[in-house]
Design a protein around this ligand. Structure first.
Ligand code: PLP
Length: 222
């Protein structure tokens, strides 16, 4: 089924939208099925789980960190992580830079921005992110490369609210692009959309969708 689920999604996605298959809670054998179907981009939300699966799976997988990341755990994924979607503080950005330097890498990251109505979701408040950008320290962190933004919409059936939140995230992206990255090709990613709302996200400009349930089925736990 995994192969069919992947193919159905890939057939539907426009060519400029990348699919991150969210494999959190699923064992390595299940991830391997998607790998054998040709997929290479996988998303995890826990450091230990990502590290454990990486050890059991082929080395050409591109691992995406999509969950909240504690600074003291960055060191475990710094040697290999492909893209960190969930940078939500300057402290975390500095730590990723420091670990990138240690490993001789420039680590690609996205800024997670809080767009949902729920207070519990992580991410920068837009005003705080603007301040961070204007302060300018980020420009001296040369072992991180800021590639765009990530956000999660409110978990709701109200599709107009979800659309509004994704639209807001796309506006934030354009604002950052214009003011801080006008000539930077790498600043081009908008990571938004999950199993329940990826179609809306694509309509509102997503370049990366993060999909778990529609590929791997329901999870037993979070
Ligand atoms: C779990 C998760 C997803 C995927 O959710 P599904 O509804 O299973 O597609 C996407 N993004 C983040 C940040 C997640 O934690």
């Amino acid at each position: 089924m995994i192969r069919e689920n992947l193919q159905r999604l890939l057939d539907e996605l426009p060519p400029h939208v990348r699919l991150v298959a969210v494999s959190k809670t699923k064992p390595a054998e299940v991830v391997k099925e998607a790998y054998d179907a040709g997929h290479r981009d996988f998303g995890e939300n826990k450091v230990q789980e990502m590290v454990a699966k990486r050890e059991q799976l082929p080395g050409d997988i591109r691992w995406h960190m999509i969950g909240h990341l504690q600074t003291n755990k960055v060191k475990y994924i710094a040697p290999f992580v492909h893209l960190i979607h969930s940078v939500d503080s300057l402290k975390l950005l500095r730590t990723i830079d420091k670990e990138g330097r240690k490993h001789g890498r420039v680590i690609d990251v996205l800024f997670e921005i809080h767009i949902a109505k729920e207070p519990s979701k992580f991410g920068f408040a837009w005003d705080d992110l603007r301040q961070l950008m204007e302060a300018g320290e980020w420009q001296r962190l040369d072992h991180v490369r800021i590639c765009g933004v990530m956000g999660m919409a409110t978990f709701t059936d109200d599709t107009s609210l979800v659309r509004e939140e994704f639209r807001t995230l796309a506006q934030y992206f354009r604002s950052l692009k214009e003011d801080f990255f006008p000539d930077k090709d790498h600043f081009r990613e908008i990571s938004m959309g999950m199993s329940g709302d990826y179609r809306i996200a694509i309509e509102e400009g997503a370049t990366i969708v993060r999909i778990g349930t529609l590929i791997f089925g329901e999870r037993d736990y979070l």
